[in-house]
Design a protein around this ligand. Structure first.
Ligand code: HBI
Length: 95
């Protein structure tokens, strides 16, 4: 059972990310990625999809053309967990 991050661990985790915002009324983080075109956006999504399957942890995302709107939270923890931070860092590295 994965636990939601809290206190200093949560603050430190959020501080390690780039450009993610906290979602109003939900223990989740969100970021909108913008790419040069759809091809680049979908390539990013394909790469993240393979990681999601490997981690058994899946983003909530919405894609329109070159934008990918991502929200991360952990259903099992009913909040933000290390899994979300790990995935967010990978997304930042690959964007
Ligand atoms: N993805 N974001 C997210 N959060 C989860 O808790 C989660 C998931 N993908 C698969 C998954 N959990 C499964 O482990 C459970 O639905 C059984």
């Amino acid at each position: 059972m994965v636990k939601a991050l809290s206190g200093a661990a949560r603050e430190n985790a959020l501080a390690s990310l780039s450009g993610w915002e906290q979602v109003e009324g939900r223990d989740a983080i969100r970021k909108i990625f913008q790419f040069r075109d759809f091809n680049a956006a979908f390539g990013f999504m394909s790469r993240v999809a393979l990681l999601a399957e490997k981690m058994d942890h899946h983003p909530e995302w919405f894609n329109v053309y070159n934008k990918v709107d991502v929200t991360l939270s952990t259903h099992d923890a009913d909040g933000l967990s290390e899994r979300d931070i790990k995935m967010a860092k990978a997304m930042d590295a690959w964007a």
